[in-house]
Write a protein that binds this ligand. Structure first.
Ligand code: C2E
Ligand code: MG
Ligand code: MG
Ligand code: MG
Length: 281
C-alpha cells in the first residue's frame, strides 16, 4: 500500500515499519526465552473491604525481570505476546503461579482469619476465547492443589461483548468451579449494565480513570455514582480501583462501593513484600 502512494512515501515509511516489525520479533523471542528462564514474576496489590478494612484479596500483576532492561510492566510487552499467541503460555503461567501462591499462603497461615481471601488474575482475550478454557483452569487448579474458591478472574467488557456466543457458557463453567468472575476497568467500554445482567458475573471493578477524577469532578461523580448504585442493586460486588485519597474512599463508600484497591491501601508489591505487609497489619 505504501508503494501505491508513490516513491517518496515508500522510501520514507518502509524502514520505520521494518524496524518496528524487527523490534517485535526480538521481543517475541525474548518473551519465549523469558518463560523458559523463569524471568516472570507476579506482584500483588491488596484489596480491602470498605466496611471492615479487612483484606479481601490481592490482584496479581505480571512483571518481567528483563535481563537488560530491568523490571518491566505488562503494558510494554503484553501486546506482543497477544499478537504471537505466546499469551496462551504466559497466561497459563500466571494462572499456575497465582494458584500455587494461594496455596503457599494458606500453608504459611498468612491468610488465617481471611477465609475468603482470593487472588485475582487478569485474563487476556486470547485465553478466554479458547475452546475449553474452563477445562484448562480446572487442570491448572488441580495440579496446584488449589480449589476455585481461592481465585478470581478479571475480564474486560470487550471480551464479554466480543464473544456473546460462548461467554455465558464459559463464565458458568468457571463459576461452577467456585471461581469469582469480575469485569475489569468497567466504564471504559461500551457495555451497558443492562447487557451485563444477562451474564453470570460476580463483581464490577470501576476503572481508575473515573476514580482519579473524584471527589471534585461533577461529571465523574454522576457517572460513578450511577454505576455503583445500579451494580449494587443488581447484586454485584463493586470494587473501586486506583483509590488514592481518603476523600475518594469516603465518597465511593457512601454510594455503596464495597471494596477498595489503590495506592491508599497499598501499591503492587513483590510476593515477599506483600507477605511482610500482611503480617505487619
Ligand atoms: P489492570 O488490571 O486495570 O490493573 C491495575 C493497574 O493499575 C496496575 O498496573 C496497577 O499497578 C495500577 N494501579 C493500581 N492502583 C493504582 C493507583 O492508585 N495509582 C496508579 N497510578 N496506578 C494504580 P499494571 O500492573 O502496570 O498493569 C497494567 C495492566 O496490565 C493491568 O491493568 C492489566 O490489564 C494488565 N495485566 C497485568 N497483569 C496481567 C496478566 O497477568 N495477564 C494479563 N492478560 N494482563 C495483565
Ligand atoms: Mg485487573
Ligand atoms: Mg483495572
Ligand atoms: Mg487497566
Amino acid at each position: 500500500r505504501a508503494k501505491a502512494r508513490g516513491r517518496a512515501t515508500y522510501q520514507f515509511f518502509e524502514p520505520a515499519l521494518a524496524e518496528t516489525a524487527y523490534a517485535d520479533l526480538v521481543l517475541e523471542a525474548e518473551l519465549a526465552q523469558g518463560l523458559t528462564r523463569n524471568e516472570f514474576e507476579l506482584f500483588f496489590q491488596p484489596q480491602v473491604e470498605a466496611a471492615t478494612g479487612q483484606l479481601s484479596g490481592a490482584e496479581a500483576l505480571l512483571r518481567w525481570r528483563h535481563p537488560q532492561r530491568g523490571l518491566l510492566s505488562p503494558d510494554s510487552f503484553i501486546f506482543v505476546a497477544e499478537r504471537h499467541r505466546l499469551m496462551l503460555a504466559l497466561g497459563e503461567w500466571v494462572l499456575r503461579e497465582a494458584a500455587t501462591t494461594a496455596r503457599r499462603w494458606r500453608e504459611q497461615g498468612l491468610t488465617r482469619g481471611l477465609g475468603a481471601m482470593r487472588i485475582a488474575v487478569n485474563l487476556s482475550r486470547m485465553q478466554f476465547n479458547l475452546d475449553g478454557f474452563g477445562d484448562i483452569v480446572r487442570r491448572v487448579l488441580a495440579e496446584a492443589g488449589a480449589p476455585g474458591q481461592w481465585l478470581e478472574l478479571e475480564l474486560t467488557e470487550r471480551m464479554l461483548i466480543e464473544d456473546v456466543e460462548h461467554a455465558p457458557t464459559t463464565l458458568a463453567a468457571l463459576r461452577a468451579q467456585g471461581l469469582t468472575v469480575s469485569v475489569d476497568d468497567f466504564g471504559t467500554g461500551y457495555t451497558s449494565l443492562a447487557h451485563l445482567t444477562e451474564l453470570p458475573l460476580d463483581k464490577l471493578k470501576i476503572d481508575q480513570s473515573f476514580v482519579a477524577r473524584l471527589p471534585d469532578d461533577v461529571g465523574a461523580q454522576a457517572i460513578t455514582r450511577a454505576i455503583v448504585q445500579m451494580a449494587v442493586g443488581l447484586g454485584l460486588t463493586v470494587t473501586a480501583e486506583g483509590v488514592r485519597t481518603a476523600a475518594q474512599w469516603q465518597l465511593l463508600a457512601s454510594w455503596g462501593c464495597q471494596q477498595f484497591q489503590g495506592e491508599l491501601v497499598g501499591a503492587p508489591m513483590s510476593a515477599a513484600d506483600f507477605e511482610a505487609w500482611v503480617k505487619a497489619r
